[in-house]
Design a protein around this ligand. Sequence first.
Ligand SMILES: [Zn+2]
Ligand SMILES: [Zn+2]
Length: 347
Amino acid sequence: MDIYGALRFSAAQVSGELFSAGSIFSVYSLATTFVIAVCALAYRRKMRRGRVNLRAIARAIFDKRILLTPSFGADVKLFALSVVLMPVVVGALVISSNAVATVVSGALRNAFGENAPVACCHLSIKIFSTIALFLAYEIGYWVDHYLKHRIAFLWEFHKVHHTAEALTPVTNFRNHPIDNIIFGYMLALFIGSASGVLAWLFGRTTESFTVDGKNILFLLFLWTIGHLQHSQFWIPFRGVLGHIVLSPAHHQIHHSTDPSHFNRNFGSVLAVWDWMFGSLEIPTTNNPRLKYGVEEEGADPHSVVGILATPIAKAALALWRAPAQVWSAAMERMEQRRQGSKSTSIS
Ligand SMILES: [Zn+2]
Ligand SMILES: [Zn+2]
């Protein structure tokens, strides 16, 4: 491909990302988010000061101090990489959820026999499939995110997302390419397995409500509060709602440099998995003015080397050290057990 071909290809990829209704950075979802952000800020200012100043709201939304930070610059670089190159790489490297679905439905047919195709209730089955696949996406996201925080090798790649010091909707793309590839595999496994179970259960491939291949329940979230998770606006959900849906403030806690917030709120849309597994942190009503980023010595986390090369070197080091760490942890556990059994025999 010559330079003009490469430019045409890049322009087509970016315009697809901006103008497809199902993309995660469509101008439509950004526009609805903008309206929601303006309404939320206007309501808060009206409550506090008794009046609404539209110029101040515009200044708060397009905050120059954030847009000029090296952190935002790094987000934009990774946006370009994610939108232009990643679909090609992920498409070539990641197994498709359809392939997983075929294997899973085949295995279920072999183990439990074949079900006759269900001919009735098309709408009910479509609604059921939409909910089941959305839940599969959500649990897949949670497991992927949990493992990336718990396993040192994976954390080195995921840390790129956490080194963002200013959160904007572009931060959603601030991911190391290897982090994206692992995420692609995890989703293919979870969504493909769920599709396989549905195909076996109903004896046929089921349909679900989607726009450009994206689940409509996920898009509902994206077109309302999804982009605000990576923003400076503190919009907290508390009470019952805060245990079911992750508000923008929930995810901002996930990015906090406060150690008491580490490893909290791993979910994407739903808070239920964090609630179920004990990692849910309900945000406070008042904005605690959190600081974001990773406090660590080393290369500039916003430079090209810092966002692309350093994670590979550190992940390789983590992999090299892993056997010794596993060994010493096992020895420690054995020692603790020995001490425990000694103290029980004495008492
Ligand atoms: Zn994280
Ligand atoms: Zn984030």
